[in-house]
Design a protein around this ligand. Structure first.
Ligand SMILES: *Cc1c(COP(=O)(O)O)cnc(C)c1O
Length: 501
């Protein structure tokens, strides 16, 4: 399997090269030359397969320059029962007879980013070996809250790598911040930047696209890569849980083999939902993907009008991991839906950079086929958290609640909600306990988010996840802030000094 750039300006590369590089040299994203097919017979076996075996099955045709036994070993290590508090990466539970949650938040950092970032460091080490790279790999990530911690946790003390994370100073929840600033490990670097997530992501893309930065790092024995979902190595592991969830519904008798299902995806950078469309392209029977946004509803407007415009205010919401106006992975989707025409894609991306808007015109029909977009503001999100707790006895986090709220709209408006729907549940409610408590018990006063977590756990009669309680005793190690434009220089200083800060 070869990968080429969405913008057409780079030669095709093997998987390991694409993973090492992160971003294509022309600024585009790596996409597969075609989609490996999962036959109906293979599909029939899915319900019987443990998660890590299914991961091996699905990853192998994507990673053709890695050995199957290596892929199997990496999958076992990444998805071992001990790493996930539920004992498995993706348990599926029922909210009612046709609404299901695939719970992707039981990993070490309590968000779905763990599913990819428990595997990516292993793929990276394998790629370093396959490509015979003798430099170290500096992995940088911009985070809207969850990628940062998951990348730090995944790459912490991984030989031959260092990991640098930047997050928007005022754009993450208190628990998300505490997770990052308390990160231990000798190869980690964390900075708050004065700006929002789009500023952070642009800073990372600017560094990745800056020849002088690459040169300066080369001289010091390092090369750059990315842990953001612009890296194809982040996306491929996310295809697995779509198949897994489908298999579990077949196993429970909810679906007959081959019967289509809907997936509801709380969306920010469009990585998660894109992985779903890749699963469909491989043969998974999906009827509709619901693209759920918060008040930053640039994607809702796009799928309704064909015009993608960032000429709009940026809002901080109760679902901060989706506070994004530039959804990077939409570029990969555009590429598939616009007839794999890199010139068109490059033109749209240039217009976005220069005019902050582009219009896909006649391609809109293709873009909206099998895709339905909706949004929920904070009031609707908190109301949905309250309703879900009152009626189903389940605490859900604000990102999951955005998805549930959009599913309700879809079932009303599209009059097409007869099918079972799987909601991708992306984070633990205890990562966002202030807002969740405000939703389920608006009158309740509490000291801080830690107390809110304890109150919530009491109400839900659950015990707090270890990953939350452990934070209380850890020292804050990374408390510096800087401007987005200073990140490159600061990273070089850190690398040059040869020790962690
Ligand atoms: C990252 C994240 C999202 C958005 O996922 P994308 O792949 O960026 O669309 C949604 N919810 C949570 C909790 C996240 O961490």
């Amino acid at each position: 399997m070869l990968y080429h750039s969405t913008r057409g300006g780079e030669n095709s590369v093997q998987a390991s090269q694409a993973i090492l590089q992160g971003l294509a040299g022309d600024g585009g994203l790596f996409v597969p030359e075609d989609f490996p097919a999962f036959s109906p017979e293979a599909l029939q076996r899915i319900p019987e397969l443990p998660y890590h075996v299914l991961a091996e099955e699905i990853l192998t045709p994507w990673l053709t320059d890695m050995r199957r036994e290596d892929i199997a070993r990496m999958a076992v290590q990444a998805y071992a029962p001990g790493r996930f508090e539920a004992g498995m990466p993706a348990p599926v539970s029922a909210l009612d007879g046709k609404t299901f949650l695939v719970e992707l938040y039981h990993g070490p950092t309590l968000a779905f980013k763990d599913i990819a970032l428990q595997l990516l460091p292993r793929l990276m080490v394998n790629a370093i070996r396959t490509q015979r790279v003798d430099e170290g790999v500096l992995v940088v990530a911009a985070t809207s809250g969850d990628t940062g911690k998951a990348a730090l946790e995944g790459f912490c003390d991984v030989e031959g790598t260092r990991v640098g994370v930047i997050y928007p100073q005022d754009g993450v929840s208190p628990a998300q911040r505490r997770q990052m600033v308390t990160q231990q490990g000798g190869n980690v670097w964390v900075r708050a930047i004065r700006g929002n997530f789009d500023d952070a992501q642009s800073a990372v893309k600017a560094i990745m696209g800056d020849p002088a930065m690459h040169m300066a790092l080369r001289e010091r024995g390092w090369r750059l890569s990315s842990a953001n979902s612009i890296n194809i190595g982040r996306l491929i592991p996310q295809i697995v849980y779509y198949f897994y969830a489908y298999g579990q519904l077949c196993r429970q008798g909810i679906l007959a083999f081959g019967e289509p299902v809907d997936f509801v995806v709380p969306t920010g950078n469009f990585g998660n939902i894109l992985a779903g469309t890749y699963a469909k392209a491989m043969g998974l029977p999906v009827h509709t993907f619901l693209c759920a946004s918060n008040r930053n509803n640039v994607l809702t407007d796009f799928f309704r009008t064909g015009s993608y415009s960032t000429r709009r205010p940026f809002y901080q919401t109760a679902s901060p991991s989706m506070d994004i106006l530039i959804s990077s992975n939409l570029e990969r989707y555009l590429y598939e839906k616009a007839g794999r025409d890199p010139k068109r894609v490059a033109g749209w991306m240039q217009a976005l950079r220069e005019e902050r808007v582009y219009d896909v015109g006649g391609c809109l029909d293709a873009m909206t086929q099998g895709m339905w977009a909706g949004c929920a503001d904070d009031a609707a999100t908190l109301a949905c958290i309250a309703r879900t707790f009152r009626e189903k006895g389940r605490l859900v986090d604000p990102h999951t609640a955005v998805a549930l709220s959009v599913l309700e709209q879809y079932r009303q408006e599209a009059r097409d909600g007869g099918r079972p729907a799987v909601v991708i549940s992306t984070a633990s409610p205890y990562k966002f306990s202030l807002d969740v408590l405000k939703a389920v018990d608006p009158g309740r006063r509490c000291e801080d988010d830690r107390e809110a977590s304890r109150i919530l756990a009491g109400m839900a009669q659950e015990s707090l996840p270890d990953a939350i309680t452990a934070l209380d005793t850890l020292p804050e190690l990374h408390t510096c802030a800087c401007e987005p434009g200073e990140v490159g220089g600061e990273l070089l200083r850190w690398i040059g000094g040869g020790h962690a800060d």
